[in-house]
Design a protein around this ligand. Structure first.
Ligand SMILES: [Zn+2]
Length: 199
């Protein structure tokens, strides 16, 4: 390797590292570590190739044509990828506020759930005293002599204490809780005793 080639290589590496560092600082945030890593690598490579291209164009270095061609392709490809990644990051839509509403006290029990595409998922009830997950007993719904059936929410950890009774089969009871959650979301009725996770 000639002296000029070594100098070219050193300049390229330095500019790549500095460029990657600048981008890592500019784009770093807690929620986009993978994006940052990819972004930094792309920019490092682009800066390296760009440096060689510019130096060869202004005549600072004589670089063979067979080297310039792939360098140009790589630079253009990664520059385009970088622009698309930046555009995607900046156009990321924040999830709506209601998706942070994931717990409440309903029908005398504590409830936790998650959101997926605007629907309540993984709805579970818990004992207000011991936080134990409640079991559902709708066995009286099988009795044809019962006037109506209901679902008992029972805490086995509190000596099988009945925490709540909701009318209907267990499925219907859960659907009723879900409807109440959706109603509160619709009217913006987030209870004051629920601390929504901070952004
Ligand atoms: Zn309990």
């Amino acid at each position: 390797m000639s002296k000029e080639d070594r100098r070219l290589l050193i300049i390229g590496i330095i500019t790549a590292v500095v460029g990657g560092g600048i981008v890592a600082i500019v784009f770093t945030d807690q929620g986009a570590a993978v994006f940052d890593a990819i972004c930094s690598s792309l920019v490092s490579l682009v800066v390296f190739c760009w440096d060689i291209l510019v130096k060869s164009l202004i005549g600072a270095y004589s670089v063979p044509g067979w080297v310039l061609f792939p360098l140009t392709i790589i630079t253009a490809y990664f520059l385009l990828s970088l622009l698309m990644a930046v555009q995607k990051k900046w156009s990321r839509v924040e999830p709506p506020l209601f998706t942070r509403y994931v717990e409440d006290f309903l029908f005398d029990a504590k409830w936790h759930w998650s959101w997926r595409e605007g629907a309540v998922k993984n709805l579970h009830s818990f004992c207000p005293s011991c936080e134990g997950q409640l079991i559902y007993d709708d066995s009286n719904c099988d009795d044809i002599y019962e006037d109506h059936c209901d679902t008992k929410l029972i805490c086995e950890n509190c000596d099988y204490k009945i925490i709540s009774t909701i009318r209907g089969y267990a499925e219907e009871a859960l659907a009723r809780v879900e409807r109440e959650i959706l109603r509160r979301v619709r009217v913006g009725e987030y209870p004051s005793n629920i601390s929504l996770p901070s952004q």
